[in-house]
Design a protein. Sequence first.
Length: 265
Amino acid sequence: MKNFKDKVIIITGASSGIGRELSIQLSEKGAQLSLAARNEIKLNEVAEKCKMNSNNVIAITTDVSKKEDCKNLIEQTINKLGKIDILINNAGITMWTLFEDITNIDLVEKIMSVNYLGSVYCTHFALPYLKRSKGSIVGISSLTGRTGVPTRTAYAASKFAMTGFFDSLRIELKNSGVGVTMIYPGFVNTEIRGKELGADGEQIGVNNLKDAKTMDVKTCVNIIVKAIAKRKREVVMTLIGKLGLKLKLIAPSLVDNIAQKAINK
């Protein structure tokens, strides 16, 4: 898997952010890509850019919260590209509001449907083909999927769910030849900033994070691509993230306080 040339890779959430950059970098390595996202216009723009590097790139408008869309994504990929070597579950939405301030509780279901169930649906339909190719499943999670963060209750729940699901699936697939890689980035400077859902379930439209506090998306994706190539079990990005998870084992209240102060700033 170190050589991505001619590998068929599905990337959800490919129209922007980490998904867009993954698409571009993997196309540059000669991968055949099946790109999925809800925004058809932006998705096609990314596909056209990737076609400058790779002959086989398809774009399939997909809402991963819908089982039928996920099934169609997998079926169309097989019909047009013939196999699946890597499934990258990247599609996701986030939030920025205290739980007690939520006025539209439907936002919790929306976040769980996209972040968690979307990954489950795509993995379910792709698994028979991944077993055939002895391929890889990748889950793009978040450090929030390993430790709670205020203003992110539903988002954290969805990412914790991803962690539990994929860690369990990894054990089930131990003798199948299928690898499972979990990625835990911190804050990354992408278009998702300002698109977080607020208390009313609508996008807040304001970037609450300063660029200085975020990782550059190209740097983030470079790390992800190397992890996929090496079929790593998991990658926790940033030294602070790694230290925080270790510290949580011995001083969980301290980690809680650090998370609170980080968001307050």
